[in-house]
Design a protein around this ligand. Structure first.
Ligand code: SF4
Length: 280
């Protein structure tokens, strides 16, 4: 079909929409305009519109995931927008780069959709990758999330100081950034537990996407929390139909270590985003 024919077909399709579907379509177009280059973390300080737009778009994706019993499109969308934001921050100097893996030995937490997404990748990678996840979990399961960083252990996705799932790495890894690799080495390997310096824009980006993600999950009636990576992966690998069951409302991650409850100030901001996004 040529471009002109395709445009005409699209116009006819839009004309046939119900008023409700037409309003949803206009909202989607407007939200996508806000998110063309991902969320701009500097702009969110005074204007939460992009975070609100992201929450709405992710909510749509989670509703689609429920219908399809598959979270992949939602996770792809989240990572694509985060990558667009990171691209816009590329002039800000950071010390992170290929071969630096100091932060790949401490705790990582992931949302449930990300656990399913990576779990499927691990299953597809085969027996060796699955065994590596189980072996890592056997070590890290001894520690609470709060004490895990004092017991460094290689992430099971790490090989030769590089991430084997780099293009698909979790949100937490994607948005990690340090301006001082030596501080990372001291803190994570020598256990000095010092603060890792990170550019304000990266910190703002982490907060913005977390708020949008949690607002969307909660609006979809799904748990708005994050789980210890290794334990969550093992739970996914060990739970037949886990993804469909979780999307249907079953808490298949019961007992998996999860982040402590969101501090009140963030919970209030997430609730604000949710009310704005869904006009409650
Ligand atoms: S998933 Fe990849 S980037 Fe994240 S901690 Fe593991 S090895 Fe590092």
């Amino acid at each position: 079909m040529g471009d002109a024919k395709r445009r005409r077909a699209e116009i006819e399709r839009l004309k046939s929409l119900s008023p409700q579907d037409a309003a949803a379509w206009r909202q989607e177009q407007e939200d996508e305009r806000y998110l063309r280059a991902g969320i701009d973390p500097k702009a969110t300080i005074t204007d939460p519109s992009a975070v609100i737009a992201m929450a709405r778009r992710l909510h749509d994706k989670f509703e689609q995931a429920k219908a399809e019993q598959n979270v992949d499109a939602a996770v792809h969308y989240l990572y694509q927008k985060i990558d667009a934001t990171l691209h816009s921050l590329r002039e800000i100097p950071v010390a992170c780069g290929k071969g630096c893996s100091h932060c790949c030995i401490i705790s990582v937490t992931v949302s449930a959709p990300e656990a399913f997404y990576v779990g499927k990748l691990v299953a597809a990678m085969g027996a060796e990758a699955i065994a590596k996840v189980r072996a890592a979990h056997d070590v890290t399961r001894q520690f609470d999330l709060s004490e895990r960083d004092q017991h460094p252990h290689d992430c099971p996705m790490l090989r030769n100081n590089a991430c084997t799932i780099y293009e698909h790495r979790p949100k937490a890894c994607r948005q990690a950034a340090s301006t001082d690799a030596l501080a990372c080495a001291r803190s994570h390997r020598e256990l000095t537990n010092e603060q890792i310096p990170s550019p304000a824009a990266y910190i703002g980006s982490r907060t913005a996407y977390a708020m949008a993600l949690y607002a969307a999950l909660s609006q979809s009636g799904l748990p708005d929390t994050a789980y210890e990576f290794n334990a969550a992966l093992v739970r996914v690998l060990d739970t037949p139909d886990g993804e469909a069951r979780w999307l249907a409302g079953e808490d298949i991650f019961a007992g998996v270590p999860r982040e402590p409850p969101t501090p009140r100030v963030y919970a209030e901001r997430i609730d604000f985003i949710r009310r704005q996004a869904f006009a409650e």
